[in-house]
Design a protein around this ligand. Structure first.
Ligand SMILES: Nc1ncnc2c1ncn2[C@@H]1O[C@H](COP(=O)(O)OP(=O)(O)OP(=O)(O)O)[C@@H](O)[C@H]1O
Ligand SMILES: [Mg+2]
Length: 276
């Protein structure tokens, strides 16, 4: 298997493929709902019959254990078993470090840690792995792009202009690393009121605009719904706790859209250092 360009001074390492499809859920912007989208898409894909792994690659602020009700999970042996929650396999830095412990790592250390999430974790025979990315376009994005045979990246944005700008930077970061962009998801698109009307809390249409500007597919919208936050804080994603709600159905439709896009995305060609 080919390798993407390494950090300066490093030898390229072979790309890891812990699942048939590996999809990064990312954004240049913090707090737009990457972890929420990743958790709900992962569980929705499992409900649809796929074998799903979720890797929480936000090593500085791992949120997936709380969002999926696995914060008490503590793997013991050397070949770390992932947690099994809501029909998916989950691994997170949060299983290894205490909540009151800070993690300060430079690029190469981060690179090593990210690779250990595959080499040291006893993942099952996965159809699809989603990777919940930390915000930004820094070392973690590089490490994940250089370590995994990514099928592609899904970019999450809020509708407003400032979020679009940061999400665009995240998108272009993956492009620079030769990672295909599967599409854009607009989160917190609108709030559905009890009378059926909609309020555009953060504006509307920014996700579509970003997709158009970047020349990628717009995958769909997720409404703003307090049940999403309650589900995240309570460890039961809304696709499990309130499966009939509009927001849960939007996650299920998005899971299908993301999976279909990953199915049609041609495999990445070999990349050599001379190409960049
Ligand atoms: N559609 C939604 N409706 C209501 N609340 C939401 C929605 N999406 C996300 N949230 C809430 O917004 C907050 C931020 O979401 P989340 O942690 O998923 O963002 P993130 O992009 O992963 O953040 P970070 O950059 O810190 O990793 C959380 O409290 C989450 O429950
Ligand atoms: Mg997050």
């Amino acid at each position: 298997m080919s390798a993407r360009p390494p950090f300066p001074g490093q030898q390229p390492a072979p790309l890891l493929a812990p699942a048939k499809k590996i999809i990064a859920i990312a954004s240049g912007k913090g707090g737009v709902g990457k972890s929420t989208v990743a958790a709900n898409l992962a569980v929705a894909l499992a409900k649809a019959g796929h074998k799903v792994g979720l890797l929480d690659a936000d090593i500085y602020g791992p949120n997936a254990p709380i969002m999926l009700g696995a914060e008490d999970y503590a793997p013991v042996n050397n070949k770390l078993p992932p947690a099994h929650v809501h029909g998916i396999e989950l691994f997170s830095m949060g299983f290894i470090v205490r909540p009151d412990q800070a993690i300060i790592w430079r690029g190469p250390m981060l690179d090593k840690a990210i690779r250990q999430f595959v080499t040291d974790v006893a993942w099952g025979d996965l159809d699809v792995m989603l990777i919940d990315m930390p915000p930004g376009t820094g070392d973690a994005q590089l490490a994940v792009s250089q370590s995994f045979a990514l099928t592609g990246a899904v970019i999450v944005t809020l509708p407003q202009v400032v979020s679009q700008a940061d999400a665009r930077r995240g998108l272009e970061g993956f492009r620079e690393m030769q990672v295909p962009i599967l599409g854009v998801i607009e989160n917190m698109s609108y709030m559905l009121m009890p009378d059926g009307s909609k309020i555009d809390v953060f504006g509307h249409g920014g996700g579509k605009q970003l997709a158009r500007d970047a020349g990628v597919e717009f995958l769909g919208e997720v409404p703003l719904d307090p049940q999403v936050r309650i589900g995240g804080d309570g460890g039961v994603p809304v696709v499990v706790s309130q499966p009939e709600t509009a927001v849960a159905l939007s996650f299920e439709a998005l899971a299908r859209a993301v999976y279909d896009r990953a199915d049609t995305e041609p495999a990445d060609g070999p990349v050599t250092i001379s190409e960049i």
